[in-house]
Design a protein. Structure first.
Length: 141
């Protein structure tokens, strides 16, 4: 497995089977060109010898005047046949490494309580449930 930072819309489009919805090129371009937005793709060797995207992690740096910068782990996705092989853990650790390199004081992620696969990946990468978070959402669609 190899992990590489995504830098092109083409890379994201080739990995769209890992996302919840099809990649929209204009949104992908905006994500890739916005400072503090990061996306890493995990690749495995395919049957044809080419690289196949099998997972991703995205993160966004958030800055606050009295706290500094922290990394928000926006989303982690690993293709079903590749789960429970350490790919999610490796992706989380890569994002955490970048967060440290960029001077973030920490990293956080919101997780659905029933998402045992994600919780296992986050725990294996050193994440801890601090038991203090409730997620509130606003839908503007």
């Amino acid at each position: 497995m190899e992990i590489r930072r995504a830098t092109t819309v083409t890379e994201l489009t080739a990995a769209q089977h890992l996302f919840d919805h099809p990649v929209r090129p204009e949104w992908a371009e905006r994500f890739l060109t916005t400072a503090g937005h990061h996306l890493f793709l995990a690749y495995e060797d395919g049957a044809d010898g080419g690289d196949v995207p099998v997972g991703f992690v995205s993160g966004v740096e958030t800055v606050h005047p009295d706290k500094g910068t922290e990394m928000f782990l926006y989303e982690l996705g690993v293709g079903e046949p590749y789960r429970r092989r350490g790919i999610g853990r490796a992706l989380v650790l890569r994002l955490a490494g970048l967060a440290r390199e960029r001077g973030c004081y920490g990293m956080w992620v919101g997780v659905d309580t029933g998402n045992d696969v994600a919780l296992a990946a986050y725990r294996s990468a050193g994440g801890k449930d601090d038991g203090t978070c409730t997620v509130m959402t606003w839908d503007f669609t």
